[in-house]
Design a protein around this ligand. Structure first.
Ligand SMILES: Nc1ncnc2c1ncn2[C@@H]1O[C@H](COP(=O)(O)OP(=O)(O)OP(=O)(O)O)[C@@H](O)[C@H]1O
Ligand SMILES: [Mg+2]
Length: 246
């Protein structure tokens, strides 16, 4: 069985644990959800798995199919089939949607495939393939372009950091279809989300709290735990109405 494994990973920045004693297993072909309140460490975990600069573990190992990839560059991890959908999609200058999707012509895809994938993420090919991927695309449009690029890469592991954020609620089924597409093509999905409908697509979930895994297991149980127990915490630091009136 193929898997991605985090072995006692810690991420310390300054004098703070951003991630602490993380042990997690992601098996091929499954869907995993990562839940947790704002600031719990979900994106940091995604960056650490992907090998983003500044998110190298302070200790612990990341293993992919038995190989230690802890010190591999992001490019080498991408070559091994890891990919990340950023919570905030990056803006690019000087590339059309089509050039962006084909990595400037580096990946060979037919016209038909480009059209199919754009339609899949709800972007009309006629309107979008020649538009620039710059600040003029809306947040939701950029997120859709990013989702399209992930589908074209056929990833073995897709880490989707809040794929639903910025996407209108009518299009939630599009996100579900994207996740389904990746798994049907042999990939594993690790989806970070605050939305129950999306979390419910997963079989297993990890609940992060303050950088640690608070609990893990079958998604139904973890989603319930999250809904029942984490609400209080997410309000802990909010000022009371009285305080706000000062
Ligand atoms: N490079 C860094 N240096 C110092 N602190 C960091 C760094 N990256 C993240 N943090 C802190 O670690 C905590 C976790 O951040 P992270 O972005 O992983 O949270 P999150 O669970 O993705 O939250 P959200 O739901 O809001 O996206 C935050 O308090 C953040 O400020
Ligand atoms: Mg985040």
């Amino acid at each position: 069985m193929w898997l991605l494994l985090l072995d006692n990973v810690n991420l310390v920045r300054g004098n703070k644990y951003i991630l602490k004693d993380i042990n997690a297993v992601f098996e091929t072909g499954k869907i995993y959800a990562i839940l947790g309140t704002n600031g719990a460490g979900k994106s940091s975990l995604a960056y650490l798995i992907m090998g983003i600069n500044g998110y190298e573990p302070s200790s612990g190992r990341i293993l992919l199919d038995g190989e230690d990839i802890t010190n591999l560059s992001i490019t080498d991890r991408a070559k091994k089939g890891l990919t990340l959908l950023w919570q905030e999609p990056v803006r690019f200058q000087g590339l059309t949607v089509e050039q962006y999707l084909t990595l400037g012509g580096k990946i060979k895809v037919s016209n038909h495939q480009i059209e199919f994938i754009l339609n899949f993420v709800g972007l009309s090919p006629n309107l979008y393939r020649h538009r620039m991927v710059d600040g003029l695309l809306s947040g939701g449009e950029r997120k859709r372009v990013e989702l399209a690029s992930i589908l074209l890469l056929n990833p073995r592991y897709a880490i989707l950091d809040e794929p639903d954020s910025g996407i209108d609620i009518m299009s939630l089924s599009m996100i579900e279809n994207v996740i389904d597409y990746i798994v049907k093509h042999g990939g594993t999905v690790i989806v970070i989300t605050h939305r129950e409908e999306i979390a419910k697509l997963s079989q297993e979930a990890y609940l992060l709290c303050n950088g640690s895994i608070l609990t893990q297991g079958s998604s139904d149980r973890i989603i319930k735990y999250y809904k029942d127990r984490c609400d209080e915490c997410s309000h802990v630091n909010l000022p009371s109405l009285e305080e706000m009136r000062i």
